[in-house]
Ligand binder design. Sequence first.
Ligand SMILES: CC(C)(COP(=O)(O)OP(=O)(O)OC[C@H]1O[C@@H](n2cnc3c(N)ncnc32)[C@H](O)[C@@H]1OP(=O)(O)O)[C@@H](O)C(=O)NCCC(=O)NCCS
Length: 193
Amino acid sequence: MAVFEEDYRPISYSQTTLTELMIPAYANFGGKIHGGILLSLMDKVAYACASKHAGNYCVTVSVDNVDFLQPVEVGEMVSMKASVNYVGKTSMVIGIRVIAEDFRQGLVKHTNTSYFTMVAKDDEGKPTQVPGLMLETREDVRRYLEAIRRKELKGVYKFELDNVRTNLSVEADLPKLKNERCGLTTELKMKLI
Ligand SMILES: CC(C)(COP(=O)(O)OP(=O)(O)OC[C@H]1O[C@@H](n2cnc3c(N)ncnc32)[C@H](O)[C@@H]1OP(=O)(O)O)[C@@H](O)C(=O)NCCC(=O)NCCS
């Protein structure tokens, strides 16, 4: 059948783990690791995983679910495991699970799981088709289906947000600020009310 003639690559082919020691230069003023350092490392591992699957240069298009659940400390070893969760025509969703290990205390904590959408580009910089994804386990199928659902929900969210932006009226929605922790200058109140 035609569908099997296409080039499929298993998830294991491009699965990539990046491990890095958190040095003092990565810390913020509070002594914890900067979120931006972790984002930059996630972008790197997403690129490595995506470009290996695609066999091409890739760019980051979108980043979802970056919620740092626990702080990362100086001296901890951070590991980021990246796998292709889903492929479209030219895009791929790379799931990245981040853990931080404290070897002295023997502790391992899950800090976040995030999803990077990457697009493969050809030599002219145009989006180019990526190989299909060969699913080998039940978990691979579950992740793929979850990625489809996430994509659908993103579409709904974008539609709703565009609606809010189009229909938002500062004057009509002003009462919503009643219980918010913001104030209006007298000058602004006179303009709006
Ligand atoms: C993302 C980009 C490639 C889209 O280009 P385009 O000419 O609009 O191409 P398309 O509309 O065909 O989109 C290409 C793919 O990206 C996907 N895509 C585009 N915008 C997206 C978004 N916001 N979220 C998720 N996927 C997106 C499309 O769904 C499509 O996927 P598919 O081929 O698997 O169906 C282009 O806007 C770009 O190069 N952006 C800059 C990316 C970059 O440089 N990142 C580095 C950070 S500076």
